[in-house]
Design a protein around this ligand. Sequence first.
Ligand code: SF4
Ligand code: SF4
Length: 350
Amino acid sequence: MGARTLPAQPWPEASPLRRLPLVTLYLTERCNSRCVTCDYWRHGRADVDLASVARMLPHLAQLKTQVALISGGEPLLNPQWSQIAALLHAHGLRLWLLTSGLSLAKHARQAAGLFDAITVSLDGTDRETYVAIRGLDAFDKVCEGIRAAASAGAAVSVRVTVQRANYRQLSGFVALARELGARQVSFIAVDVANPHAFSRRDDFTADLALAPADLPILAGIVDGMERDLGEEFRSRMIAESPRRLRRLHQYFAAVCGLGPYPPVRCNVFDYSAVIGATGRVSPCFFIPGPSQAPADDSLPQALNSDAMIDLREQIRSGGRPECLRCVCSLWRDPGERDAGDFLIRRSISA
Ligand code: SF4
Ligand code: SF4
């Protein structure tokens, strides 16, 4: 497990940040899932309100923001989610919803009208696996939501957090996503190395990662997918390339102490930021930003405070341990930051 740094890159943007093409807004810290990987559902309380989003609009315009990723917690639990989405939509933002899908069936038509893309977390291809991972007997409900949103015309994708309980189902997810009407499925390794992900506060000891005996099985599964699902890779029904999927194997091998973590190349903090439900601004999902004034009153200032600039420099120079084991590093060249680059097809190839 050798320590690695982010590779040196020519850096076109200088701090401070003048543009923010992508913003992630957490509408709430509350969640109706019970994922074993996550503490939001245990501790989350805060909701964003419509007025605070309205105050943010001039700042998003100033920063030329094009896409808002609407997340949380479970964003559809915010009682004002549709008004907030409508407000952002009316101001020209393209919207991408990241949801557990538990209430998507109920809101499918409205969501399809407001969101340019909808990504649903689905961590099992059957009821038993879903319950084991998500803590709720809601597999059928989530599938119903995906189907309903897709039928209403939404561009729906499925995101799978790969872990020991579901890695044998990888190709099954592709078939299920297609059957439900989703346009894409993407795979990301469960994050067992980062204490800040998912707002975790307690010791995180759940046995989620693959064990050494699982590794050859995973390798065989990815080989089989490459052999049998060529069209799904070519059409990007599967968001990742086979090579990218093999990073899952490398990641879990590293967790087992059998090799280095996959190399990380990331500049997400130079074109994006995460605004939490309490207004805290962070450079990415995994690294908390400095505590400071609510973002709705001062987003450009929060992005360009001395503390935030220092934090970005730390990340850039390879000084943050979170980056070394990141499951979701995201590099985009300046020419790849239009709205279409963040929505389905190119949005979830982590
Ligand atoms: S991982 Fe997401 S869906 Fe699961 S409890 Fe946490 S916030 Fe909710
Ligand atoms: S923690 Fe991951 S997403 Fe965040 S800056 Fe580092 S590599 Fe990028």
